[in-house]
Design a protein around this ligand. Structure first.
Ligand code: C2E
Ligand code: CA
Ligand code: CA
Length: 607
């Protein structure tokens, strides 16, 4: 009988059953493996493909894995990096930090805020901030180390610092820089000459030329003074330059300058003859402060000008003249102005930057700027008395007057049905002493029926130099009242960026010095961009000050800033003129201040 190819039916059924079972099992195993691989991929995706710089390290500090970004930045291949001690990646100068990290890894402790240098193979080393979370007892599987690249941020900070020391118009060192320079000379016990040069009647020349040519003229003056070979030169104010030189070179330097300026200046389109008032001073080893030296120089120049200018004179050290008198005179004028009611608040309009038509932008609010209307001297700008008020303490009284006036204006607006327009007032750092301004605001809100969110208090960065805890408390208390806070003149002071982000400022005002050359200087444009981006990333509304040209407005508009303030749109004007201009047109009243970021922990956003 031939062998049958067909299997017995029973046999075949059983095999089929086994095959089906095996298939099912295989499918289950396959699914499980798939799931495992998914997890693994997810895990790997999580740390390998993240744009962050991540390391997985064990408790002995050996690298177990790294994100792709980490490999890319450091230039190591994964197989080389894995197994290496983490500190091979860190610059050896960071020894103390490395020790702290090693201890943290061993004990499973968290580690924050260490800034170190990451060694990179094919590109320049990076500055990184290192964070290690606490281990939760699972160190065996390795600890994540997160490194944040802060190279650009550090560089920006550096550039801002440099910017603080340079006059943007002449590119010469500025007053702050002069202070530092003289301080250093004094610290070295150096004996040196100081020469202050001030242009006679510059205001009328500037008025005649217009601001553009006026600026060109100042640039040329700076350059010509530099050619007279002082050791060092700064532009310390509008038309004021200060130089240092060898103590024996003081008079010869003044003479060289007189000769140099006997030729007309040409940059400003027409030949301009300038005469100069110059004061020289021999700084001695026991001169205690740059400001005292400057005061002597300034007093001497004022005296030269009273006698007609166009002269060089050496300062006489007369302590009766140095201290007291001019300040005393100012103090008397301010007291008189207060009692006679000569102070006025002028209003400068602030407009929405995103307005479709920049010719007729939408009004958001106004900044209140103080003026002294003197019967003999005319309109005295604040720059001529605020500093004196701060020295004599009168600023507290004036500051309170400003707040009261602002409250009256806000009440008036409310009566007219204008509830969304805001009014910004300037406050001096002196007003923050003994919580004066906080108490004043509390009292104001009790006495006047105003919406606190319509009131904004502007303070400058220099405020940050004061005691931080008391300041933080006051700023937060002010925000809890519902009053908004604005950081004025941003970029000109000393703000520590890391400290800025937890203070409750809702508005950041970009200083005019960043706006002036934004059209012509790429560097200034980049700086402005960084500052705007920084404000925006901290959730602040960015207001650009001192906009004088349409081109400037367009550049900042493209950066997405919130508001504009500047002569292009409107100069500071008496309140009556402001009301007339912005009430006549009903549309101008429709302005809305969007809620400003609330203070941490307050949750009472103004609406
Ligand atoms: P600030 O707070 O930075 O005010 C802006 C200044 O820039 C104002 O000068 C304003 O007139 C001017 N400004 C506005 N737009 C332009 C522009 O497009 N081009 C130019 N060149 N300038 C523009 P103002 O009114 O002379 O005030 C000078 C400073 O005096 C203020 O600077 C502020 O720091 C201080 N100040 C004014 N009022 C008060 C006040 O009530 N209290 C205190 N503590 N300080 C005040
Ligand atoms: Ca201001
Ligand atoms: Ca300002």
């Amino acid at each position: 009988m031939p062998p049958s190819n067909a299997s017995p039916p029973v046999h075949s059924r059983e095999i089929n059953k086994v095959i089906v079972e095996l298939n099912k099992l295989g499918e289950r195993i396959f699914n499980m493996m798939e799931a495992l691989r998914d997890n693994e991929e997810r895990y790997q995706h999580f740390y390998r493909d993240t744009p962050a710089l991540l390391l997985v390290i064990d408790d002995k500090g050996t690298v177990q894995d790294a994100s792709e970004q980490m490999l890319e930045v450091t230039g190591w291949a994964r197989e080389h990096l894995v197994g290496m001690p983490f500190h091979a990646l860190i610059s050896s100068q960071n020894g103390k930090h490395i020790h702290r990290i090693s201890t943290a890894l061993r004990l499973g402790n968290a580690c924050n805020d260490l800034v170190m240098t990451l060694n990179c193979q094919h590109q320049e080393d990076r500055q990184v901030q290192v964070v290690i979370p606490a281990a939760n007892g699972s160190q065996a599987r390795g600890t994540m180390m997160l490194l944040t690249d802060i190279t650009e941020l550090t560089r920006t900070q550096q550039r801002l610092l440099e910017h603080e020391l340079i006059d943007p118009l002449t590119q010469l060192p500025n007053r702050l820089s002069l202070n530092q320079h003289v301080q250093q000379l004094i610290a070295r016990d150096a004996v040196f000459g100081l020469l202050l040069v001030n242009i006679d009647r510059f205001h009328s020349i500037n008025h005649h030329l217009g601001p553009m040519d006026g600026d060109l003229l100042l640039k040329e003056v700076g350059a010509r003074l530099k050619e007279c070979a002082p050791d060092w030169i700064a532009r310390t104010g509008g038309d004021e330059f200060v130089m240092t030189c060898d103590i024996n070179d003081l008079r010869p330097l003044a003479h060289r300058i007189q000769i140099a300026f006997s030729h007309p200046l040409l940059k400003a389109g027409e030949p301009i003859h300038l005469s100069l008032s110059m004061a020289g001073l021999q700084a001695q080893a026991d001169d205690e402060s740059p400001s005292r030296l400057m005061r002597l120089l300034e007093l001497t120049v004022v005296d030269i000008k009273h006698k007609g200018g166009n002269q060089y004179r050496t300062c006489v050290r007369d302590s009766a003249l140095e201290d007291g008198e001019p300040l005393f005179l100012k103090e008397r004028m301010i007291r008189e102005a207060l009692t006679m009611g000569w102070f006025r608040l002028y209003l400068q309009p602030i407009f929405r930057a995103a307005s479709a038509d920049l010719e007729a932008p939408e009004l958001l609010g106004a900044e209140a700027l103080i003026r002294l209307e003197h019967p003999d001297l005319g309109l005295v700008p604040p720059d001529e008395f605020i500093a004196a008020e701060e020295k004599t303490g009168q600023i507290v009284e004036i500051g309170n007057w400003v707040l009261e006036e602002a409250a009256v204006i806000l009440c008036e607006w409310r009566r007219l049905g204008i509830e969304e327009r805001y009014l910004s007032v300037n406050a001096s750092v002196i007003q923050f002493r003994d919580q004066g301004i906080l108490h004043q605001l509390e009292s104001l809100l009790e006495r006047y029926p105003i919406h606190p969110s319509q009131l904004v208090v502007e303070v400058t960065e220099n405020l940050m130099l004061d005691s931080k805890d008391s300041l933080r408390y006051q700023l937060q208390a002010i925000r809890r009242l519902g009053v908004n806070l604005s950081l004025d003149d941003f970029g000109t002071g000393f703000s520590c960026l890391s400290y800025l982000h937890d203070l409750p400022f809702g508005i950041l005002k970009v200083d005019r010095s960043f706006v002036m050359n934004v059209e012509t200087s790429r560097r200034d444009r980049e700086l402005a961009r960084v500052i705007v981006a920084m404000g925006q990333s901290l959730g602040m509304q960015v207001v650009v000050e001192g906009v004088e040209e349409r081109g400037q407005a367009e550049i900042f508009q493209a950066m997405g800033v919130h508001a504009f303030q500047g002569y292009l749109f409107g100069r500071p004007m008496p309140q009556q003129a402001f009301e007339t201009r912005f009430h006549a047109n009903a549309d101008a009243r429709v302005s809305l201040l969007k809620p400003i970021r609330s203070a941490p922990g307050t949750g009472n956003d103004p609406g």
